[in-house]
Every structure is written in C-alpha cells, then in structure tokens.
Design a protein around this ligand. Structure first.
Ligand code: AMP
Ligand code: MG
Length: 432
C-alpha cells in the first residue's frame, strides 16, 4: 500500500497567535501592592513617580581638586602658575563653612558641595600640589571654564519632575534611580502565584532513587524556574499520579494561586484521567496548536474549593512543556504583572544545516546562534537531535529557528528568522 502522504492541512488547529489571544483574554493585571525597593526587580510600577528632591541636591565637585574663582586663574599656565590661599578642606558628606573670595580656594573632594563664591574646580593634576611644601597655598597651572568640573544641582533630576511613569518595568537602573530620590518602598502590580503540578505514573522526584520504568520529573523544575525568571512566584508540590483522587487532592492545594500550570496528560494517547479531572471540575478546552513541538494544549478554568482558577495544561515532553510555557504562560504572567506584550527578539541568521519540517506545522527548531569565526555573519547551527524529549537541547541552544507552517525545508545557507530566548554566546559546547 502506498504510504499516505501526511496532510499539510490543519483545519482544526489553532495558530500560536490564536491560542495566545484566547488565553490572554482571561487575564488582567493583578492588584497593586506596596513592596520594598529591594524586592521590586522585574515588577511594573503602578503609580507615577514624582521626585521630591533634586539630584544632585546641590552643586558638587566632579573631581578631587581645588574650588576656585575662574576669573582668578584666567592667565594660569605651566609657565605662569597662579597661587591661591587654601582656606579650608571639604570632604564628601561635609558642608563648606566659608565663602571663597578672590585669591582664595578650597581643597575639595569628588561629591563635596561647592563653596559659595566658587565657579569652577581645578583637578589636583593641574596644580603644583605634588611639588608644593605648603598646605596653605596652591599653585594653579591651567585656566578653566565656567562651571568646569562642577556637577550642577538637579542636572540628573529636578524636584517635582515626573521621573518614572506608571507601566515601566523595574530594571536594576530603575531601582538605582528610585533609591537616588529616597524611595524605599514602591507601588507595583502584585507578582502572580503560579501553582505547578506535573502528572504521570511514570514520574519520581529527583531526590528519590531511580527505579525501572520510572523517569525523573523535570517539568516541575523547569516550569518553576521559568516562572521565577519571568518574575512570578512558583508554588510547587510533588507530582500527581494519574488517578482521579490524587489529581484532585493535589489540585486542591492550589486554592490561592493566580494560574495553575500542569504538565502531561493532554495529548491524544494519554490516560484520560487528567482530561477527565480537568473537564469534570471546570470549563476546559483541549486544543491542537499549529506548532512543533507542543501541539496539544489545554486551557480553561478549574473550580478549586469556591474559586475558579485559570489552568494551562502543558504537554508532558520536557521540551514541549518549556516551549509551550514560553509561548503561552510567559505572556499570561506578563499581563498579570502589568507588562506590555513583549515578544522575544527575532534576528536573521545564516542556517548551517538543513532543517526539515515534515508535517507542515510551524516548527520551532532549537539552534545555537553565534558569530561566525570565518566571516562577519551571524550563523544558526541546528541541534542534531530535535526530539521534544531531548532536554539538553534547550540548554545547548539560545534560539528557536522559525520554519513557517507549510514550509517543508529551511535550506543550509539560507537566511532565516531566529527567535532568541537567550543572548549568551558562552553557552555550553555541543556534546552530542
Ligand atoms: P504525555 O504528555 O503524558 O504524553 O508525556 C509525554 C512524554 O513526556 C512522556 O515520555 C512522559 O514520560 C514525559 N513526561 C511527562 N511528564 C514529565 C515530567 N514531569 N518530567 C519529565 N518528563 C515527563
Ligand atoms: Mg502521560
């Protein structure tokens, strides 16, 4: 019998974008909470920030040197050293006590307030400080411009300025700016709590000893780690068996989470209990998504005690679970955290080996992207084993090459789109 050609027509499938849109409809930004600045990295600011102070709060020195009056030194040079009285020393954290008048200077350290009367600072290296024997007199060897080496009051931030708008994601630099205006607690959208449950009779936990027929549960760990990297808080427990009682018991522990993420039991060949339990206790959809890996996906709401909680059911294969969580879970978390929709950056790279796409779905092939060492090109090297069970391919790659739905092959030498999930070129050597 002739081998039946696989159909490239997927009428019953949702595109990645359609599935994502259906999912995102069910989420909004969570409530606002006030948290300490140190805990805020990755959260989104929920109220505009207006500064109560100027930064810097006063004119201060940008150099270690001498605060002077520039008119006094306008003819100074190596050949024409101009001597000024040193009337005080001002360290950072101190206030000047004296006003500078013509013929005077103050020895000043970086960050110290400029004394009244001074309009420029001459750095140590442009004075005779090293050869001088007197600490009461300093020889100036250069002329300076108005306000040279002075950082002006408010040059960074002016009192009353709108510094950071609601909706901005907190980066390390934002944390620094907030600290610089004396903010120690901040209003943000709450981080979501994500309940994570792997299912499967074949699973054992990594702290147990290996047994025949069993495999270690890795999905709980990748999904909870991804959850943290997306800024949300994972809540995990040991996996559930494929029994109604155990599944219901474990799901019941997720009463106060914002999203439940399960793994396995959503594809066609599965034990029906996962599907049964999800369907029985809520309003669940089981989709086929036009993507590879990670075609089967479940999404809906499940009733836990008196609550109705969104549930995302990932496929069990470790790579599929990660990619589906990246494509759907990450967006839901971002939306709950008040973030704008952020796709991963897509770059162009020259493919180093053919990629075959034999069933016409949109293929996300794991590739290692790097700079070529023989040309200036950015190249994409596909991982040899693209099986969705090969989890090492995820840490040996930094991007997903996109082979569009209906395209059978991406050819070696072709420029392709790669969605980058990491920028680190120092990733591990390919070992297989
Ligand atoms: P399923 O989605 O239940 O058909 O599972 C697909 C494959 O993923 C099977 O080979 C499972 O053994 C494997 N798998 C399921 N759950 C996990 C898990 N938590 N960790 C690692 N592998 C898993
Ligand atoms: Mg299974």
């Amino acid at each position: 019998m002739a081998k039946k050609k696989k159909s490239h027509y997927h009428a019953d499938m949702l595109s990645v974008e359609e599935a994502r849109e259906k999912i995102l409809r069910e989420f909004n930004s969570l409530d606002e909470v006030r948290i300490s600045l140190n805990e805020s990295l990755g959260c989104v600011i929920s109220k505009d920030i207006i500064s109560n102070i100027s930064v810097p709060p006063w004119n201060n020195s940008a150099m270690d040197g001498y605060a002077i009056i520039l008119e006094d030194v306008k003819n100074a040079s190596d050949e024409n050293i101009i001597y000024l009285d040193v009337i005080e020393k001002i360290a950072a954290g101190e206030l000047p006590e004296k006003k500078i008048i013509s013929g005077q200077s103050a020895r000043i350290m970086t960050g110290a307030p400029i004394p009244e009367g001074s309009n420029a600072v001459v750095p140590f290296e442009d004075t005779d400080e090293l050869s001088s024997t007197s600490s009461d007199l300093i020889g100036i060897k250069i002329n300076v411009e108005n306000f040279e080496n002075i950082r002006k009051k408010g040059e960074d931030i002016s009192k009353g300025d709108l510094i950071i708008k609601k909706g901005v994601e907190i980066t390390p630099a934002v944390v620094g700016v907030l600290a610089s205006i004396g903010v120690s607690t901040i209003d943000v959208f709450r981080r979501p709590k994500i309940g994570i449950l792997s299912t499967g009779n074949e699973l054992i936990e990594p702290d147990q000893s290996i047994k025949d027929g069993k495999i270690y549960n890795s999905n709980t760990f990748t999904i909870s780690s991804l959850t943290k990297s997306f800024g949300a808080n994972p809540v995990t427990q040991a996996h559930s068996l494929d029994t109604i009682e155990d599944l219901e018991k474990k799901l019941n522990n997720f009463e106060d989470v914002d999203l439940i993420v399960t793994s396995a039991g959503v594809s066609k060949g599965d034990y029906d209990v996962v599907k049964d339990v999800l369907s029985k206790n809520g309003d669940m959809n089981f989709w086929s998504v036009n993507m590879r890996p990670a075609k089967p996906l479940a999404f809906g709401k499940i009733n836990i005690k008196s609550k109705s909680i969104p549930l995302l059911g990932l496929p069990g294969n470790p790579v599929s679970a990660m990619i589906a969580f990246e494509k759907f879970g990450r967006y839901a978390i971002d939306k709950m955290m008040g973030k704008k929709i952020k796709h991963r950056p897509i770059i162009k790279a020259v493919l180093q080996e053919n990629i075959y796409n034999d069933d016409g779905r949109r293929l996300y092939a794991r590739v290692k992207v790097e700079k070529s060492n023989i040309s200036s090109e950015i190249i994409a090297i596909p991982l040899k084993n693209q099986s969705s069970g090969v989890l090492t391919s995820m840490f040996l790659s930094n991007g997903l090459a996109i082979c569009p739905s209906g395209t059978d092959i991406l050819k070696k030498g072709q420029e392709i789109d790669v969605e980058m999930f990491g920028w680190n070129e120092e990733i591990s050597e390919i070992i297989n």
